[in-house]
Design a protein around this ligand. Sequence first.
Ligand SMILES: [Zn+2]
Length: 659
Amino acid sequence: MNATPSYYTDELYEILSSPKHTEVIDALRPNSTYVLDISNEKIIDIYVETGKNFMTYLFDAVIKVIVDKKGSSALKTYRNLRIELTGSTIISMHDITSREHEGKTITFDCTVIAAEPPKTYVKRGVAVCILCGNEEECVANQDREINIPRCTTPSCKLAKMKLDSSRVVTDDIQTLLMQEPMDKAKNHSPVILMGKIIGTNVGTVFIGQPKRITGIFRSIIDYKTNENEVLIDVASIEDLEETELIKPDEETISKLKLKSEKEPDEYKSEIVNSFAPHIFGYSEIKESVLLSLLGGSNNSKKRGDIHMLMVGDPSMAKSEILKSAKSITQKSIYTSGKGATAAGLTIGMVKLPNGTQVAQAGVLPLCSGGFALIDEFDKMGREDRSSMHEAMEQQTVSIAKAGTKMTLPAEATILAAANPKFGKYDSDQSLGDNLEIPSPLISRFDIIWLFLDDVHRDKDRAKAKHIIESFKKNNNKDYDTYLSDTELMSVLNYARELEPVLNDETVERILKLYEKLRELGREEQQQKLPVGVRQLEAIVRMSTAHAKLMLRSHVLPEDVDAVQKIMSDSLDSFGLDLNKGGFNQSFLDGLKTKDTKERIALSVWYKVADDKGNVKSEKFLKELTEAPKFDENSASRYFSQWEQQNKVKMNKDGTWRRT
Ligand SMILES: [Zn+2]
């Protein structure tokens, strides 16, 4: 084919006339660089055919597009326009640098985290001299500045003209803050860039949306300090498709369902052990993580999220469990309680360079519909503490400040880890006293685990040792598990969408378990751990999640039993016994001389107490005398101290009760 140069220019012109390209070309400044992605197959064909002449044809085509929009004067003003070709233009936000990108078109993926209310700017208008009535048209430059000319009539002596406000032509403009996707951020510190959108794009972008942005990197020159704010002049905005959830194939599902039906116990332990195989033990905690990741009912009006909290002395296991949860979820953010940005975990205000304050989305609204894996939950800021209630219960975050009122959806399941206030968990104190987290917030968690390394369970040391050793070996990938991370992820994605239904027998079982918890709640020990009405909803959610884990269409009594086991284990980690409604034996056994006198005395008290919690003083004193840290004298002294402090009271029958 003998094509003429103008033929290629026309071909390219046609391609570049599509809105996708014109949006970018229209935003170009005379001295900027137009970066064209030639991976488009039509463009690449012309490129191959025309060889070294390609750039000439391309330049002519681009100028043609500009002339269409700006008139023939563009031929002159845009003669220094540079053009660069690239294969794949999508770059990571942390790779954007002034050295490489000043004045250039770039394309990157981001999440919009803040948007200023739309404003207008004057595109052009008519300046009038108030002395002689002389008129002159003035147009905003590429920086959207309007230079009002001075009057040229000699007698007016260069008097300043005035813009006639009744004859201005305006367009929409809006400032955005764009944040690097959390999973691509380095050190969990995402890059944030400010962007300006103009024209029809204004008002189409909302907080929390993932977008692919094409724009021009430029510095807004501050002539005083020469330290410039960076701005992206946004030329085009594309919706980013949500990552498609991977699912297992039908064959795999029926294989798993069959195993779950035939050998439920083995099936479950295989699934649970497939999660974080490099962490030895903790199977009850791993199981409850999986339940959190599955969630309860999908269609009820009440929240289906199962929020989980792990509390304990700083150790590797808690963080490691959270990080492992990251590797089996597609929509999750792993972060610290401080949050990755000024907005923290929920929502905050941020000041733009122009001085206006705008609301900025924190972690929870950004992973709405997914999972927030929050390490050091206790480190969250004051603002977050107050907004967290709303987030965990209503699944929204709101702010009303500096004239801004905003509510964002925050439908995220929270899996959190927290360290005790003073570095070490004090079992004599309540959970609330141990944590720098308000108690009502703690009660929003459906399941809470206490990790105590030294007192409660001797196994813990062995566990910790195993963890450290497996890290040393760094052979996490070598574990031979039933399902790989990706397979487990796909099975969870599938199971999450199941909607197992409750039958009468199951409801009966749920109420029974709830009754047991209420019994426990009545006991004095309830202060150790909040057990409330909310727990009933938690049981329903967790039983439903367990049925999902087992790939069932119905929630069976067995599912409730499994939840009872988990709850019992969780209470056990706090030294509470679901069946006895008090401290359990293993907790007493775990008490060694390093415990405080108060705790030893208390545990002896509950050991000798009858079903109603009453104690015969002689029986108590006899036991206490033999306990570590006590002798006959100190035991009776301690008892009278309790009496004086009104901690114990005598019943009519001569036995004693704790007040
Ligand atoms: Zn004049």
